[in-house]
Every structure is written in C-alpha cells, then in structure tokens.
Design a protein around this ligand. Sequence first.
Ligand code: 5GP
Length: 159
Amino acid sequence: SDEREVLGWDDFGEAARDLARTVHASGFAPDIVVAVARGGLLLAGAVAYALGTKSCGSINVEFYTDIDKTLPEPVLLPPALDAPALSGKRVLLVDDVSDSGRTLRLVVDILTGHGADVRSVTLYSKPRTVLEPDYVWRRTDKWITFPWSALPPVTKENS
Ligand code: 5GP
C-alpha cells in the first residue's frame, strides 16, 4: 500500500513512556541501554531516562538506503561498541522498528555472543519480521514516517 504510518513528536513521547512502563512492569531492569543508531537513538534516550538507567551506548548499523531499498546485508558502521564490556549485563536494545528484523537479529546475536542478557524494544514491528522484539508499542505493515526523519537534512536553501 502507498499509505504511510506517520508518528508525530507528541505520540513518540507517549510511546516512549508506555514502553518504559511495560519494560518496568515485566521486571527487567537493564544495566545498560543500547541504541541501534541512528533510528533507535531518540527512543533509547527517552526510555533510559524513564527507567532511570544511566549507562547508555549505541551500535551503528546501516541497512536501508531508501524506502524499500536495502544494502545486501545490514553492516556495522564506526564507532564500534565495546561489546565485550556487556558480558553478564542486562542490556535493553532499542530500535525504531523491526521490519525485516535483520538489523535486530544481527545486533542481538553480537551482544548475546558476548554474554549479555539481551531484551529488545521497538516502537513498531512488521508482520514479516524474523525477530519479534520483547517489547513493542504498535504493529503495522506500512512504511513509517518517524518525526526525526520526516524532513530532509537541512541545507542553505531550506533551513
Ligand atoms: P530491518 O532490519 O528490521 O528491516 O530494518 C532496519 C532499519 O531500517 C530500521 O531500524 C529503520 O531504521 C529502517 N526502517 C525499516 N522499516 C522502516 C520504515 O517503515 N520507516 C522508516 N523510516 N525506517 C524503516
């Protein structure tokens, strides 16, 4: 379908708080919140504050280059996360959406491989995902417009 799911800033704020309440109610108290950059950065910050978790990090992955255009595989971009430091830690992994799920699959496997106790949270998941996150706010099969990427990067002409 060419219809889109549009998430506004106010709804994003509500969603972040809702997800934090759900994580807290489940009894999972993360030692560290890890964002999948860039899409998971804003939710990760909001959830880390809402849970009172001070330790935060990020892992940078590129997969989509445009709507429905992906690289052959999700690839890690620098800077590298200190994954060995997560051994034995409860890690809350945060992303915007689990679409194919291949990005989350890659990162969950990396962190689990280093001995972390990983749970994942996203704003959205889609029906085809290979990795249903532990915590999800909403499900959709549409392309989602997130508030942080709704506008093109600033230029001299449009700023
Ligand atoms: P996946 O590996 O689950 O297919 O998706 C990886 C990344 O692609 C997501 O974290 C997100 O940044 C981007 N992505 C996937 N689906 C969408 C979407 O519907 N809208 C937007 N804006 N980004 C998406």
